[in-house]
Write a protein that binds this ligand. Sequence first.
Ligand code: GAP
Length: 517
Amino acid sequence: MAQDDLFKKLIAHAKEYGFIFQSSEIYDGLSAVYDYGQMGVELKNNIKKFWWEAMVKMNENIVGIDSAIFMHPEVWNASGHTSAFNDPLIDNKDSKKRYRADDLIEEHIQKYQAKIDKEVAKARKKFGDDFNKDQFLETNPNVLRNKAKINEIQDRLNGALESDNLDEIKQIIIDCGIACPVSGSKNWTDVRQFNLMFDTQLGSVAEGSSKIYLRPETAQGIFVNYLNVQKTGRMKIPFGIAQIGKAFRNEIVARQFIFRMREFEQMEMQFFVKPGTEMEWFEHWKDLRIKWHQAMGLPTEKYRFHKHEKLAHYANAAYDIEFEFPFGFKELEGIHSRTNFDLSQHQEFSGKKIQYFDHESGESYVPYVVETSIGLDRTFLTILSAGLKEEEVKKENGKSDTRTVLQIPPALAPIKLAVLPLVKKDGLPEKAREIINELKFDFTCQYDEKDSIGRRYRRQDAIGTPYCITIDHTTLEDNTVTIRDRDTMQQERVDINSLAQILDDKVSMKKLLKKIF
Ligand code: GAP
């Protein structure tokens, strides 16, 4: 399936099977806000559980918190969000469409990259097995010309963003001849900074009320609770605080489904370390986080690290884990060494001493922080986009058919077991209920008696259920059922008493965690 088609199909599939709905759909929706449906919430909860257990349960020195969305407004002055959490925006005067100016330039750069990729594909075809990609990239004149162009534009953009030079950003758009994708015109406004935080009023009347923000990241809730947790939990450095929660950003261009939303969820962990040891911990977390992703079993080649060449002034190392979504490789998680910037800022702005006393060395210091920050919704999207498949299957009559299957990692699947009586009579439904009543304490089960067995299998394939069992007349005689595997479609006759063990072997969270720890 072409990637564009896959993405459209994925969005339609997510709605049709109760994973994701547009928010307020009956009122024509609210842009870039989505609701998770009956299947979506199960998958989302399972991802959260996998992350939480990998962080809090598997690491003795990490604890979790759940801080409030609203925080004292001074928090955002200290963190730098009120002054610097901006995106440069630009409007096209003809289409009246608004864009992120840096995105327009990045997309323009990607056109040069696409030209390079095309050259590589052409040469690979021409030279076959003798093709040496690295050598080709270093020597081919067309590639070198396009590379030079990319570097030139990227350097200009980085310089302009760093020095907050909005006129220069506009000039790059003009010099590159970038046109509005909607109107095709180059009739642009000036570039302006746009703060991404949503604000609201605290207090029942506008007068005397104060402006507060909906948090744009969960991390600050961790920083301001550093002392509380360290003291009440008697935590010794190095230790971490983990949190899962909503974050809000007024994205200028929110698109690509749940990839960029205005209300989304983050899973963040701040790891507090002794100054000077942060690089060691940074490497440790880089390694552990990629292992977490790979434990889910999505194709390894869909992940890559992206090193930040241009670091924020407070960071001394930063990598993103990128995933190949249907619209290309994009950021999924950030792993950042943030020095002692945030805690020092809160120490200064709050006037409270935020330090750690090291009993062994007798010294006090503001801890350094290594942060891992992953988008829950983006993780959800990785699973849907890698898992959604259309397969040709042979029917019993020799004809072929297509089945749509969602190959969700079994431990994360919304429904673990579908229990299907072959017919709606002869005591088969009662036997099916009996099995569910036994297994439902450990596994999410679904009962389905409607339609032919083949159609019921298809429905379960479409929501990613790893196992279906069928109750037939033989079941009543010898206490066995057929169990069907979602991925291989193989069926096997097994004793009802062995079901719990079979399921546990395949779908337990422990299985995923054991791949990491
Ligand atoms: N505390 C660091 C921080 O918030 P970030 O790179 O801005 O860093 C972390 O965000 C992660 O949150 C991203 O890697 C991404 O997965 C997710 N994220 C950020 N903005 C998002 C949005 N508008 N919609 C969905 N996920 C988003």
